[in-house]
Write a protein that binds this ligand. Structure first.
Ligand SMILES: [Zn+2]
Length: 443
């Protein structure tokens, strides 16, 4: 079917059948023109805090000694708000939830944290992430009515597939559930791919990477999309290079999580991740919870400016990152942040208390990743670290894994033992396969 018809049907469907989405979409585009974004962001924070004080018993209790009857007046007031910890978020679902939230305006979701303690929260259906998703696609020249391919880990039921087909008709969307796909499934997917020629490939980093390796190892050429959009886990630079080679298209890195799905994403220039300043407030802070200067790393605090069903204010998510001082050469007014490389919450620890951070390990191991489909570090109670790996080219993989183990041991000042183990599949937590699983008691 011709692109112009797909476009016409798509525009008709959003305008007539989903006018609210269309309004949000228009607003999302307009806000980047002639708006003082910093001011806009602050007034949304003010409104959110006010809403939380009026509608969430958790925040009423948490902020009760701050004398906030009139809300926050300045940014300094905002910086005085105590942080929301992961434990608080996990233990206070009912209290954080705004009163008057129903199934109509909120959808309950759970994180699949690699610590094994999932966190439940509510996404506000009145503010879907779709307009921000379309914003990112526009940066890459992808139109929402163009054909798209998705690579995820879970399988979709027949009814889900049918529903999705009807919803998006005549735009075609193909799906690969990449947890151990059979050769036939992979071949069918490649055939479908080249038939519908999607402009976007989207999926979890590790499974998109696995599909890219399948293409490279079997010398299969596919019709290049306009972009490959990977989510859900930090991206190794080497994985990015191999994916770009396999798909013949740039790979867009983004930052988001179950709590707040689209926080920042790269544009075509790839000079950093543009922060969605109109919908999210992000802070980078030091040990005293004070802002760090640009180009330095700090702990990330998140405030979701659009979630009125389940207010998230100054949430200490356990990631690290930093602002970039230079604006992007694309002219987009949204400020830039560095790529987020791993969570500081997931470290390797030594008996003497030395912590080796996940993001440092990612830097240490980049250069080795092309020999593996996947790796995972699992630290057990006796401090031993198991380096589980799924090899790509077997002979090399075993040798490289040994070398990585030696690097990690020397980095730990020989305090811990590292054992390499070739596995068929690495351990999955929820829908993710985290780089580090730590089973030490005092993580
Ligand atoms: Zn840019």
């Amino acid at each position: 079917m011709k692109n112009s018809l797909r476009k016409a049907v798509f525009l008709f469907k959003t305008k007539i059948l989903n006018p609210k989405l269309e309004r949000l979409n228009q607003r999302t585009q307009k806000v980047l023109k002639n708006t003082d974004l910093a001011n806009f962001n602050f007034s949304r924070r003010q409104a959110l805090v006010k809403h939380a004080l009026n509608n969430s018993t958790f925040y009423q209790e948490k902020y009760k000694n701050l004398e906030l009857t009139a809300g926050i007046k300045t940014n300094d007031d905002f910086l005085k708000l105590p942080l929301l910890t992961r434990d608080e978020l996990r233990d206070n679902f009912e209290a954080i939830k705004a009163i008057k939230v129903t199934k109509l305006n909120g959808e309950k979701v759970s994180t699949s944290g690699s610590t094994g303690n999932p966190v439940a929260l509510i996404h506000d259906k009145r503010h879907p992430e779709t307009p921000i998703r379309w914003r990112i696609l526009r940066w890459w020249g992808v139109q929402p009515w163009e054909n798209q391919a998705f690579i995820y880990r879970y399988k979709r039921s027949f009814w889900q597939r049918l529903g999705n087909r009807l919803l998006w008709w005549p735009t075609k969307r193909i799906f690969l559930a990449a947890a151990n796909p059979t050769k036939e499934q992979l071949q069918t997917f490649v055939l479908d791919f080249n038939r519908i020629q999607p402009t976007l490939v989207q999926g979890y980093v590790d499974v998109v990477f696995e599909f890219a390796l399948y293409l490279l190892d079997n010398n299969i050429k596919i019709h290049p999309p306009k972009m490959v959009w990977v989510t859900s886990a930090p991206l190794f630079e080497e994985q990015r290079e191999l994916m770009q080679k396999a798909f013949g298209a740039p790979v867009c890195d983004q930052y988001g999580n179950t709590e707040i799905m689209l926080i920042a994403a790269e544009c075509k220039r790839q000079q950093g991740l543009h922060i969605m300043q109109d919908t999210v407030h992000i802070e980078f802070v030091d040990q005293n919870n004070l802002p760090v200067p640009p180009n330095t790393n700090g702990r990330i605090l998140l405030t979701d400016l659009t979630n009125y069903a389940f207010p998230i204010i100054r949430y200490d998510i356990g990631d690290e990152g930093g602002y970039l001082s230079e604006p992007c050469s694309c002219g987009n007014p949204l400020p830039l942040m560095k790529n987020v490389r791993g969570r500081q919450a997931h470290n390797i620890q030594t008996p003497s208390g030395l912590r080796i951070k996940g993001d440092h390990l990612m830097v240490m191991f980049s250069g080795f990743m092309k020999h593996f489909k996947e790796i995972q570090l699992r630290q057990e109670q006796d401090f031993t670290v198991y380096l589980d790996y799924v090899p790509r080219k077997e002979n090399l993989a075993a040798r490289e894994a040994q070398e990585m183990a030696a690097m990690l041991m020397s980095r730990s000042r020989a305090e811990i033992k590292v054992v390499c183990k070739e596995v068929k599949k690495i351990k999955q937590v929820g829908t993710k396969t985290p780089l580090i699983i730590n089973n030490l008691k005092n993580q």
